[in-house]
Design a protein around this ligand. Structure first.
Ligand code: NAP
Length: 297
C-alpha cells in the first residue's frame, strides 16, 4: 500500500462469482477486511488469508469505515441495508456504504436518503466486465451519489476497477448499468444470430469469430462469449436469472419514462423462454440454445 493510501476497515457482503474476487483485491491491497455471506463456506479462502467473519450485515457495518455489498437481487439489497439489524441501522456515522449489486435506481435513491438521515453516505456503484473483469480487477464501475464520498472511496474502487466514473446523484450508477444491460441485451441476440447464420452457411464458427472479431462487430460478447456458444460451454460467468432481473428493471424504468425499446422487449421474451426451459442457472451465453433448437426445428 502506498503512503498516500490510508489503511481502512472494509466490510464486504456477498461473496459470489463477483464479490469473492473483488473482496480478495481489497485484502491484497492491505486493508482490513470483514466479511459476511449467506453461505458461510464461500468465505473460507478469504478467512484463511486473514479476513474476519461477522455474523450479520449489521455486525459488518458496525466495525467498518466502508461497507461494500454485491448480493443478488433488489430484495437482497433491501434486506441487508434496510432490514432489522441491517447496515443502515448499525453503521457508525461517517461510514460510506457502497452497493455494487445490479439493482433498481429507485431503491438506490431510497437507501441514500435513509442513510443520509443517519449521517451516512450511500453510493450505488454497479459494475460491468463480468467474472473476468472481477478477477483481473479492471471492472468498469459506474457510480451514483455524493461526490465527496465518491472521492473518499476512490482508493478502494481503484483496487477493483479500471474505468471508474461518478455519473451523477444517487441512482445514476444504476441507470448507467441499465443502459449497459440494454446494449448487452440486443448484442447477445446479435451474436447468437450471427453464429447461427454462419453454421447454416457451412462456415467454421471459430474461424468466423477470429476474423469478424477483429472487425467492426468485435466485442466482449462476440469475442468472449461467442466461443463458449460454439463449444456448448454454458457454465455461468453471469447467471441467466440475474440478467432477467436486469431486463425487468430496465423495462420497468423504460415504461416509466414512456420509452419503447423493442430490442430490449425481444431479448426479455427470449430469456424468459430460456428460464421456462430450465436454464436459469446457466450463463447468459446459453441463449444460443434457442438458436440451436430453431436450427433443428
Ligand atoms: P452470485 O454468485 O449469486 O453472488 C451473490 C452472492 O451474494 C452470493 O454469494 C449470495 O449468497 C450472496 N447473497 C445474496 N443475498 C444475500 C443476503 N441477503 N445476505 C447475504 N448474502 C447474500 O452472483 P454474482 O454473479 O456474483 O452477481 C452478483 C450481483 O452482481 C448481481 O446483482 C449481478 O446481476 C451483478 N453482476 C454480475 C456480473 C457477472 O458477470 N457475474 C457482472 C456484473 C454485475 P449465497 O452464497 O448463499 O448464494
Amino acid at each position: 500500500m502506498s503512503m498516500a493510501t490510508e489503511k481502512k476497515t472494509v466490510g464486504f457482503i456477498g461473496l459470489g462469482i463477483m464479490g469473492l474476487s473483488m473482496a480478495g483485491h481489497i485484502l491484497d491491497g492491505g486493508h482490513d477486511l470483514v466479511v459476511f455471506n449467506r453461505t458461510k463456506s464461500k468465505a473460507d479462502d478469504l478467512l484463511a488469508k486473514g479476513a474476519t467473519w461477522a455474523a450479520s450485515p449489521g455486525e459488518v457495518a458496525a466495525v467498518s469505515d466502508i461497507v461494500i455489498t454485491i448480493v443478488g437481487y433488489p430484495k437482497d439489497v433491501e434486506e441487508v441495508y434496510l432490514g432489522n439489524g441491517g447496515i443502515v441501522e448499525c453503521a457508525r456515522p461517517g461510514t460510506i456504504l457502497i452497493d455494487m449489486t445490479t439493482s433498481s435506481p429507485e431503491l438506490a435513491t431510497r437507501i441514500a436518503r435513509l442513510a443520509e438521515a443517519r449521517g451516512l453516505a450511500a453510493l450505488d456503484a454497479p459494475v460491468s466486465g463480468g467474472d473476468v473483469g472481477a478477477k483481473a480487477g479492471n471492472l468498469a464501475i459506474m457510480v451514483g451519489g455524493d461526490e465527496k464520498a465518491y472521492r473518499a472511496a476512490m482508493p478502494i474502487f481503484d483496487l477493483m476497477g479500471g474505468k471508474i466514473v461518478n455519473m451523477g446523484p444517487a441512482g445514476a450508477g444504476q441507470h448507467t448499468k441499465m443502459a449497459n444491460q440494454i446494449a448487452i441485451a440486443s448484442t447477445m441476440l446479435a451474436v447468437g444470430e450471427s453464429l447461427s447464420y454462419a453454421a447454416a452457411a457451412g462456415l467454421d464458427q471459430t474461424a468466423l469469430i477470429e476474423v469478424i472479431g477483429t472487425g467492426a462487430a468485435g466485442s466482449f460478447l462476440l469475442n468472449g462469449l461467442g466461443p463458449k456458444m460454439v463449444s456448448g460451454d454454458y457454465a455461468p460467468g453471469f447467471f441467466v436469472h440475474h440478467f432477467v432481473k436486469d431486463l425487468n428493471i430496465a423495462l420497468a424504468e423504460a415504461a416509466r419514462m414512456r420509452l419503447d425499446l423493442p430490442g430490449l422487449g425481444l431479448a426479455k421474451s427470449l430469456y424468459d423462454k430460456l428460464v421456462a426451459d430450465g436454464f436459469g442457472e446457466e450463463g447468459t451465453q446459453a441463449l444460443y440454445r434457442l438458436y440451436t433448437q430453431l436450427a433443428e426445428a
